[in-house]
Design a protein around this ligand. Structure first.
Ligand SMILES: [Zn+2]
Length: 224
């Protein structure tokens, strides 16, 4: 059985708690962040996120501590009125859904048509919810993925079957480079953290998109 434990602050200072769960999982630091629940509640009561054939609520996400997960998580298997599939389905908190929707509708779909002349069919989801430290680095801060507040996309699949991967396309042929840079730039208008191949080696094969709070306003954007 997977049981959370705490190392006392004597080991890690007053800034946070070092947690570990299953013997196989890496540890992470975390601390209470009341804004997360407030933000999620506001999203849930707004009525902007409703069940659709491609968007379902989930009762739980699992995880090895109360820091992980969301009050009312969603399983997102598609977007843009179901035109675009997301595979495998992403497990996300309420706040992420409208941002993912807008990014796909306003940037990914139009850029796919502009660059390739065919509709976008699918986004390949490399990761969504996972109760783990950032970049899986032992002892690191709990990842936004642990809050179901992050989405990793590794490839874009068009209606004609063509697949543009971040790994090969980012430094690949000019059209793929241009398409990927355009959707990356669009993501920087919808999310607060956007990490791609220019960020570091961890992100050479996917775009990491999340809604973490940065800076005093909480809305500063980290776009790499
Ligand atoms: Zn990520």
């Amino acid at each position: 059985m997977c049981v959370s434990r705490l190392l006392t602050s004597a080991l890690v200072g007053l800034a946070g708690l070092l947690l570990w769960g299953c013997s196989t999982g890496p540890t992470y630091t975390a601390q209470p962040e009341p804004w997360r629940a407030q933000e999620e509640r506001t999203c849930l009561v707004s009525g902007h996120v409703r069940e659709q054939p491609w968007l379902h609520t989930r009762s739980t996400l699992g995880g090895n501590s109360s820091y992980c997960g969301a009050m009312q998580p969603f399983e997102m298997a598609g977007a843009a009125d179901g035109r675009v599939h997301m595979r495998p389905a992403a497990l996300l908190r309420c706040n992420m859904i409208p941002s993912v929707e807008r990014w796909i509708r306003q940037y990914v779909e139009p850029e796919a048509r502009r660059h390739y002349g065919v509709p976008l069919a699918e986004l390949k989801v490399a990761a969504s919810y996972a109760c783990r430290p950032r970049n899986n680095q032992w002892g690191g801060k709990l990842s936004e993925h642990g809050h179901a507040n992050a989405l990793d996309i590794s490839a874009f699949i068009l209606a004609d079957g063509r697949t543009i991967t971040v790994k090969q396309g980012w430094w690949g042929e000019p059209r793929d480079r241009s398409f990927l840079r355009a959707v990356h730039a669009g993501a920087c208008r919808e999310f607060t953290t956007i990490l791609g191949p220019l960020a570091d080696a961890f992100h050479r094969d996917h775009f990491h998109l999340d809604l973490a709070r940065h800076g005093r306003s909480g809305r500063e954007v980290v776009c790499w």
